[in-house]
Design a protein around this ligand. Sequence first.
Ligand code: NAD
Length: 331
Amino acid sequence: MGGMQTDAHKLTIVPEGMIADLLTRQAAFDAVEKVFASMASGEARNFPVVRAALGHEDALYGFKGGFDRAGGVLGLKAGGYWPHNLERRGLINHQSTVLLFDPDSGRVNAMVGGNLLTALRTAAASSVSIKHLARDDAKTLGMIGAGHQSAFQLRAALEIRDFEKVIGWNLHPDKLGSLAQVAKSMGVPFEAVPLERMTEADVIISITSSFNAVLMADHVSPGTHVACMGTDTIGKQEVEVALLAKASVFTDEVAQSVSIGEAQHAISMGLITETDVKQIGAVISGSHVGRQSDDEITLFDGTGVGLQDLAVADSIVKAAVAQGLATVVQL
Ligand code: NAD
């Protein structure tokens, strides 16, 4: 074959059903923190997000990909939202799969279920922001939103800091039971509150699919850290633009923050500029000081980047191989 490489190549498969046993919250946290730092140093980059309506099953489908030179990880997450899955097939509406490739040769290395991975990597992102931006004496955690992602967010946040109380708000307060249960299981009291009482929180996580500001600037006390995790699409919005104008704004990826993230609105209204939005990775690596005073409001615009998925998928593959649990196919 004239010097062409023909050796057998292995594809490692880790199906969705195995992720819960293989991916610890600590491993997700470590992978996300590390890749955020690599993004800030320029060693890892995300590719532009593709997202399109399929014109079939009312589905939204897309890709998030990237390359982490430092970690040797190249790949993409493909998937999206199929709104009729639950009712028509008994499947969850969000479906995704991660593919990893050998960065040296381009051959496919691994296929990893992406559904639980997405929830855990998203929760890890807000936790990373809390670790690096919240005040050391933060005691009360505020939760806004009580959908699928929220319980993952709460559990991860309670593990990263010794919060003494959780307060929660949801558009439909009857849905707050799942958050109350998570708090209870971790020995922390929970109280449902009106939005005005979010002023009692030292850290606030918003994880809604709202298209209008829910959390107003007046609902946030000086010194609070706010992690906005729900806005990942043009048009979505969780917090009043005035809050971004007075906060120090950090994000996973500036290009996404200003276009599809929470910052899109404050940017388009001219209240802040792109240079006001800092990468959380710079804080992690120490090139940005992060929080500068106890009175400062810090805001993390978590838009969700492909490299988070790839970093976590890579750690899952390594765990599966180390534990002899991976399905390996010779290609
Ligand atoms: P979900 O459908 O299970 O829950 C949606 C939540 O939003 C519910 O609490 C609902 O009450 C609330 N909500 C909807 N409309 C609202 C409104 N007008 N005002 C106030 N609250 C409203 O969704 P989910 O899976 O929990 O995801 C929540 C959001 O997080 C979505 O927007 C999703 O796209 C986004 N998300 C972001 C990332 C990321 O990396 N940043 C990752 C996954 C999901």
